[in-house]
Ligand binder design. Structure first.
Ligand SMILES: Nc1ncnc2c1ncn2[C@@H]1O[C@H](COP(=O)(O)OP(=O)(O)OP(=O)(O)O)[C@@H](O)[C@H]1O
Length: 600
């Protein structure tokens, strides 16, 4: 339990004071409610027999102090006082509940931002290991579960516990024996929850896991709709989804059914008790006023106690079934903290490559060239190095091509150059300065054009000026980028020109057009170094020619690193590097490396 609370408070981070203020207000309103209910019993007894004022020394003293002339006026004043207590309590309860809702909904939004921020900053290697469906599930669903179930239920359960303690204390003053009986019955009901706690948390985990699996399956089937349809594997995905739906249905039904059990038990017990007490008192007790007063309090207490107890038991059920969320979120936040993620550098604290946080320029000064110096890299799960002591240089304005068979290490090398993967040895330098001194500033120099460009379901304009607010788009620069990427003719033919939407992942564009949007994007953002990853491998001859033209036209203006399978597209490059099994095995001009037949 203490572990649970510790993790819970860790997730809430700096909101502990607000939580304390909330708990204090909860205590106060519960106390007011107990006072109000406690006064109802004596009031009913007094109203049914005004002469009984003198029987109770406390009430008789109050009557004397009030200075009211008649017993009837005193009873009326007492009624007004009780009403005031109830109205104030109602007002405060509303305010406290409202604050609780606001507090938990706000936390949900805050946690989402914190998580997304965390995932965006986590090393690329972390993302190689985790499926996006599970990250989406954490950001969208689990934060919601944490706030609507864990946090809200924890606060609601605190309200319920305080209310139950106040009401049971009140009963204790009224009738000790009866209270002991009811307390034992309540404890037995809660014992039921404790007994089933393992099942509850297992059901909760199954529900969450099946939801994440469903997102993953839907992602796979709809994400690759073309392949799904052509292969005809729709039934495979449908079957996978049905399996998860079945798991979800089974666990959700068990959890929801268990949720209503305590209410049914408690309701039956309390009704049995009230009727039993009334019958017992009528048979064995002589004073009917005592019975009226006791039943009055029991009646009101029962009306309040039943929903509160039901709320508490269902709250505890939800809390138990969502303990996994606290673990999950705690784990992810802790992992981020332990990695000491810094916006400027992903490297761990222990790395000898320093991560300065001082105010460095936005981009690296880049005047002469880039040197990749003996970089090596090994993927976590792999046994062999993917890159071994790779070195090459390029001067500003030069274009170099990386070629080699599949699995030679070209993409890995590019990922290192992009600053996505940390080298296990070696360094990358710009004008003699390590890029790891300020990775962000280095990345601000690079424009990356992958084979499959990430396009958003929005206008061409927003896809090219990616990440720039509409009011800040520089149209002169935009058209310049469009022309350089050979896209002008296409855009002029479109019905809404720049404002034409290109569909989800650019489905309304051809492969070559998408590629050129990627080039225009890199040019709009005025990146000095362009990294083109297999830019032409999926294109037909005519489109390839257009893309190659646009790349060629940039020769001399931009520094370019190009990975290519189609060797004709790297003809214009100043140097070609041939990679094999993680090493550069040959370098030289296009003629030296390719025409000399080294690839054969
Ligand atoms: N995430 C990963 N985990 C483990 N090993 C990996 C991972 N990604 C790539 N590798 C391995 O690293 C080596 C280099 O792969 P890389 O993708 O860099 O080659 P490539 O030359 O770009 O190939 P291709 O032209 O087919 O894209 C290969 O042996 C590959 O199996």
């Amino acid at each position: 339990m203490s572990q649970y609370i510790r993790k819970f408070l860790y997730i809430l981070s700096d909101k502990k004071t607000a939580l304390l203020a909330l708990l204090t207000s909860i205590l106060l309103t519960s106390f007011m409610e107990a006072v109000g209910i406690g006064l109802i019993g004596p009031f009913i007894a007094l109203a049914s027999n005004p002469d009984s004022i003198n029987k109770n020394s406390f009430i008789s003293q109050l009557y004397d102090i009030s200075g009211l002339g008649s017993e009837e006026s005193f009873i009326a004043a007492l009624a007004i006082f009780i009403l005031l207590v109830f109205y104030s309590k109602a007002y405060f309860s509303y305010k406290v509940r409202r604050f609780i809702f606001k507090f938990s909904i706000e936390r949900s939004g805050e946690l989402r931002s914190r998580l997304l921020n965390a995932y965006l900053k986590l090393p690329y290697t972390y993302h190689l290991k985790r499926n996006t469906a599970f990250l989406i599930q954490n950001i969208v669903t689990e934060t919601n579960v944490f706030c609507n179930k864990t946090l809200l239920e924890l606060l609601n359960s605190t309200v319920s516990v305080v209310m139950i303690i106040s009401l049971v204390s009140l009963l204790m003053i009224t009738d000790t024996l009866a209270t002991l009986v009811i307390s034992v019955v309540l404890l037995l009901t809660f014992g039921m929850i404790v007994k089933f706690r393992r099942n509850l948390s297992t059901w909760g985990k199954i529900i969450s896991n099946s939801q994440a699996e469903m997102i993953r399956i839907i992602n796979h089937s709809l994400g690759g709709l073309k392949e799904t349809r052509v292969i005809g594997c729709e039934p495979y995905f449908e079957h996978q989804l049905q399996e998860q739906v079945a798991r979800n249905v089974k666990a959700s039904t068990s959890l929801m059914s268990f949720g209503i059990l305590p209410r049914l038990v408690i309701e039956s017990v309390i009704i049995t008790f009230i009727l039993g007490l009334a019958s017992f008192s009528l048979i064995f007790r002589s004073n009917p006023e005592d019975l009226i007063s006791t039943l009055g309090i029991f009646g009101v207490v029962a009306i309040r106690l039943m929903p509160v107890t039901t709320q508490l038991t269902s709250g505890l059920t939800k809390l138990r079934s969502t303990t996994y969320v606290v673990d999950k979120l705690y784990h992810d936040f802790k992992e981020l903290e332990d990695l000491n993620i810094d916006e400027k550098c992903f490297l761990p604290r222990t790395s000898n490559v320093g991560a300065s946080t001082s105010s460095l320029p936005k981009t690296f000064p880049f005047k002469s060239g880039v040197d990749v110096e003996a970089v090596s890299f090994k993927y976590e799960e792999a046994t062999d190095l993917a890159l071994r002591q790779v070195s090459f240089s390029l001067k500003k304005g030069e274009s170099v091509a990386l070629i080699g068979k599949s699995g030679a290490g070209k993409t890995t090398l590019v990922d290192l150059i992009l600053g996505l993967l940390p080298p296990s040895g070696g360094d990358i330098k710009v004008d003699g300065r390590s890029v790891y001194k300020d990775l962000r500033a280095w990345q601000n120099l690079i424009g990356y054009i992958p084979q499959s460009i990430f396009l958003i379901d929005d206008t061409i304009e927003r896809n090219i000026a990616f990440g720039v607010a509409d009011e800040s788009i520089d149209y002169e620069r935009l058209w310049h980028a469009i022309e350089a990427a050979q896209l002008k003719e296409l855009i002029e033919q479109l019905p809404n020109s720049l404002a034409t939407r290109i569909g989800e992942r650019g489905v309304c564009l051809s492969g070559g057009q998408r590629q050129r949007v990627g080039i225009a994007r890199a040019l709009y953002h005025e990146r000095e170094i362009l990294v083109l990853d297999e830019a032409t491998s999926a294109l037909d001859n005519e489109t390839e020619r257009l893309v190659t033209e646009s790349i060629k036209s940039l020769s001399g203006q931009k520094t370019m690193i190009i990975i290519a399978h189609r060797l004709s597209t790297v003809e214009h490059c100043d140097r070609v590097y041939l990679m094999h099994q993680g090493e550069i095995v040959q370098s030289g001009s296009y003629q030296d490396v390719i025409l000399a037949g080294s690839l054969a």
